[in-house]
Design a protein around this ligand. Structure first.
Ligand code: DGJ
Length: 557
């Protein structure tokens, strides 16, 4: 009898695990999202802020995004639209998103534009904005209020939380098939203009003691703290924020960060108690070396990661929004022990195709999402007949052939990623996958595989054969390399030439090479490649402007 009950419990638990959205930790810093038992990469894009506010826009955009090859759309849910009068909810906009996502075979990540959107409180409903006595604002040093809700106000939290929980309850009831796979809590939170809120309440707290849970956390994880925090944190110097963290605007930022993270924790915890979906926050980076307050102070910036981890364990991932130069360096900062790489926003550019390959292949990223993705064309700007890109997505599709080379870079790259998704997911977090990003500053890379073979990856322009090779600036190039078996590999990318060596004195040759597609996780031969296509056996090459996958076997002689 006991055995039967145990079996029933185990079966129920397994069924439950299969009908959920969970984050599965493959290793400390590699996490994958698993939807109803199936892992997936978020091969996504985020909608512009106002692009999902009426049904006709959503219909138009989602059909286009499906054709672009996305599997997931990040879409805002605006507090002012779902709670136009206090306590009266209207989920029409959310239901439209759900219906259109289902129709177009897309998953959704919903962005809660609640009390803060890019520091400001512009998405809060009018009834909230007008009642500043009940819903106080943060204050500047000169005592004046700003349109940024106070992160210390119980009323602000209460109102925001009620709306957020109503949204989560609506999803719990209305989304049994898990169209929504993750939720972003607020958007690019951070105090702008000053390093911290200077209201009386905030100053009182700032002059008081640092809460003991934070001190305990920083002591406990002292050895693995971010180098910035390890240097700043000095409990021996005193118990106030100012004394413990260095007495300057950076100490004020740490305080502000704690108040935001504590707030977000309460929101996320309450939301998850209603409906348990993975949750994350996103960050506006300090990309130009500014001071706290000149950039949004206190958000989940990399130097504040420990504060966010200490205060907000209900937040599963700290996502990074990348709008400035130095892509590879930013990805490095956010792929850390305890934080997988997730890029919910990146400036929309053709080179995002290369950045996506690098994120998934080198950093085991969970997801990659160019911002304002609905503005991205399906076909290459250069190969499109005049005026064609002004057509609707449907007419665009009819106006061109669906040939791979006509597709714009992100669309072409996303098609390959979607095909290779199972192979990538299987290998992320292991030595069986890596990726290379080639930029003007970094035109040659090597990587050594578990077979002990070194790949030297260069830009395809380095051969001097392709148009553009003589230009001073070369467009970015990238590839993912996966090991399929002994000395057998798959390369997926664009603009690369790869040569091989093994470091033992033997030479490495190409035994066989094919251009492949992937069907149901297995490579399918599209063309056998040799001769000019491998430079008579000297290299593996995917030219710039093309996106392709090649499977090849190497041998030593
Ligand atoms: C980052 C924000 O998170 C987005 O919502 C958007 O405002 C972009 N910046 C800029 O357009």
């Amino acid at each position: 009898m006991k055995k039967t009950i145990l079996t029933i419990i185990l079966v129920l638990a397994a069924t439950l695990a299969h009908s959920q959205v969970v984050l599965e930790h493959k290793s400390g810093d590699t996490v994958r999202i698993v939807v109803d038992g199936t892992p997936m990469l978020i091969i996504g894009g985020e909608l512009g802020n106002s692009s999902a506010s009426v049904p006709s826009d959503v219909e138009k955009h989602f059909a286009h995004l499906h054709r672009l090859g996305l599997n997931t759309v990040l879409a805002p849910v605006s507090w002012e639209l779902i709670e136009p009068a206090e306590g009266c909810f209207d989920f029409d906009t959310v239901d439209t998103l759900l219906a259109q996502a289902r129709r177009n075979d897309l998953k959704l990540v919903l962005l809660w534009f609640g009390a803060w959107k890019n520091s400001m409180s512009c998405y809060a409903p009018e009834w909230f904005k007008r009642d500043t006595a009940r819903f106080p604002r943060a204050h500047l040093m000169d005592g004046s209020p700003v349109e940024e809700a106070s992160s210390l106000s119980a009323n602000v939290l209460d109102a925001d939380r009620k709306a957020f929980c109503a949204l989560m309850a609506h999803l719990r009831e209305g989304d049994p098939d898990h169209t929504v796979i993750m939720v972003q809590v607020e958007n690019e939170i951070g105090m702008i203009n000053e390093p911290r809120d200077y209201s009386e309440d905030a100053t009182l707290l700032y002059n008081g003691e640092v809460p003991s849970p934070l001190v305990k956390y920083l002591k406990k994880y002292r050895k693995s703290l971010h180098p910035y925090m390890a240097e700043r944190f000095n409990p021996a110097a005193g118990s106030t924020w100012s004394a413990m963290f260095g007495g300057d605007s950076y100490a004020e930022e740490i305080f502000q960060s704690w108040t935001y993270a504590v707030y977000v924790q309460q929101l996320a915890q309450a939301g998850k108690a209603v409906y348990d979906l993975p949750m994350y926050v996103n960050v506006a980076l300090n990309s130009r070396g500014r001071k706290p307050g000149q950039y949004p102070s206190g958000g989940p910036l990399d130097h504040l990661i420990d504060i966010w981890h200490a205060a907000a364990p209900a937040i599963d991932v700290l996502g990074v929004d990348i709008y400035d130069s130095g892509y590879a360096a930013w990805t490095e900062k956010y792929h850390r022990p305890g934080n997988p790489l997730f890029i919910p926003e990146i400036r929309l550019e053709d080179r995002d195709a290369m950045y996506a390959l690098y994120a998934f292949g080198h950093h085991g990223a969970m997801g990659f999402c160019p911002f304002s993705i609905e503005d991205y064309p399906l076909y290459n700007r250069s190969s499109a007949p005049a005026g064609a890109l002004d057509l609707s997505a449907d007419d665009q599709l009819n106006a061109f052939s669906a040939g791979g080379s006509d597709l714009s870079p992100i669309a072409a790259c996303y098609r390959l990623l979607r095909q290779a998704e199972p192979l990538i997911l299987e290998r992320q977090g292991t030595a069986e996958i890596d990726a290379v990003l080639i930029t003007d500053d970094d035109r040659e890379h090597t990587l050594t595989t578990p077979d002990g073979i070194t790949f030297t990856v260069r830009h395809s322009y380095s051969m001097g054969w392709e148009p553009g090779a003589k230009d001073a600036h070369w467009p970015e190039a990238a590839c993912i390399v996966m090991r399929l078996g002994e000395e057998e590999y798959l390369v997926l990318g664009s603009g690369v030439v790869i040569t091989f060596s093994d470091g033992t004195g033997k030479k490495v040759g190409i035994a066989k090479c094919e251009s492949v597609g992937i069907e149901n996780g297995s490579p399918v031969i599209l063309r056998h490649l040799s001769g000019d296509q491998t430079h008579q056996g000297r290299h593996i090459r995917i030219s710039a402007g093309e996106f392709g996958m090649q499977r090849f076997r190497l041998y030593r002689y």
